[in-house]
Design a protein around this ligand. Sequence first.
Ligand SMILES: Nc1ncnc2c1ncn2[C@@H]1O[C@H](COP(=O)(O)OP(=O)(O)OP(=O)(O)O)[C@@H](O)[C@H]1O
Ligand SMILES: [Mg+2]
Length: 390
Amino acid sequence: MVLPGIKSSTSPVGGPDIIPQFGVTKGMKVLVQLGSGSFGRVYKVQNEAEEVFALKKSKLNPKQIEREAEMTSLASRDAHPNVILLHAQFSVQEGNDKYQYLLIECMEMNLGQLMSRHSETMAEFGQDKAWGRAHVPLPHDVSNKLLHGILSGLTHIHSLFITHRDLKPANVLVHARNRVAKICDFGSAKVIKPNDAGSSTYIVSRFYRAPELLLDSTRYDQKIDVWSAGCIFGEMLNGGMPIFPGQNSVDQLVQIILQKGSMTMTDVESCVGMPPTPENRAAWQSLLQPRPAQPWSARGMPLLSESDERLLNSLLMYNPDTRPSADEACSMMVSHASGAPTRKASTTPPRQPRVSSMRRDRDPKTQILDRILPQQRSRSREPHSIRTTK
Ligand SMILES: Nc1ncnc2c1ncn2[C@@H]1O[C@H](COP(=O)(O)OP(=O)(O)OP(=O)(O)O)[C@@H](O)[C@H]1O
Ligand SMILES: [Mg+2]
């Protein structure tokens, strides 16, 4: 199968200049579709030298022309291990429509897929069938390494003032065996500098939307991505279940407040970006109703180590001014890691499926990662590193 529009004769814009170094002008084989999203499809492709890439094809619409290409290119200009690498970009006229192609490094799967495959595999391993398709958290060291990768990637893009604005498990790609996480999908990203005019608040998938966006502040900044990273971390600890599954924007804020307790006046002012006016004072009162924070276990989340709980709570601070930057959160993780995580005493047993005695002699974690990533056993099928001529 050859992807239409890729051959040099039919790729009039950008293609011939950029693509030959990857050997794709002679025809690129599509191996499999890796995913699809709101705007495009992503294919795993192979060139004649058998190098594997991901190719994202999106229909260009006049309003967001090449924004994604521009942001991905900026984010990956100085290659960072936790940001997806863009190898080439080009657009192609196909009939009446123009399509944009991004040739990017190929990863195994997204973080959402990793979490659900882990749960499914653990459920199969469990002796107790009552567990069924249990939601099983990723092992502590895996979730921490992946979070550290996400925060490092954010530190890099935030240093360029890029705000991702759609951080969620589907937009974090992983190589699970070596626990590498890379931020992808810069389709909603925007460069936001301190004194810039306001930006749209209708961004970020709902479950990962920061309170300042839910309160409609247009003067938000990179801290919204830190909130999203906190939601992703919580989801990893919660066996792949979103921690704030709001039904709509209002319910989203309600879910957050029910869990975290009421906001203070300072929190609301910082989120909204101004002191209350006589008109909105009454509406604010509902946010300020005294309500205690709930322990995470009240949501059915397994017991957390003290360091994980502290980290989760700081990433999810209401007030964007006191919420740590991605860089600060990375440093917090390093200092936490220097002391061994201590489990809190509990009256309820931690939610862990039992492992069959037959298999106890092997490291279950290794078996699980094997099951999730069967193709990793063959190194020849891993993506090649790219040799560029420039
Ligand atoms: N480089 C890649 N390697 C492997 N899989 C990928 C790669 N890029 C994307 N995918 C897969 O394709 C899915 C969709 O990709 P992406 O998020 O870039 O598309 P999208 O159309 O912008 O999606 P959405 O708008 O729903 O966020 C990802 O969640 C992932 O599963
Ligand atoms: Mg996406």
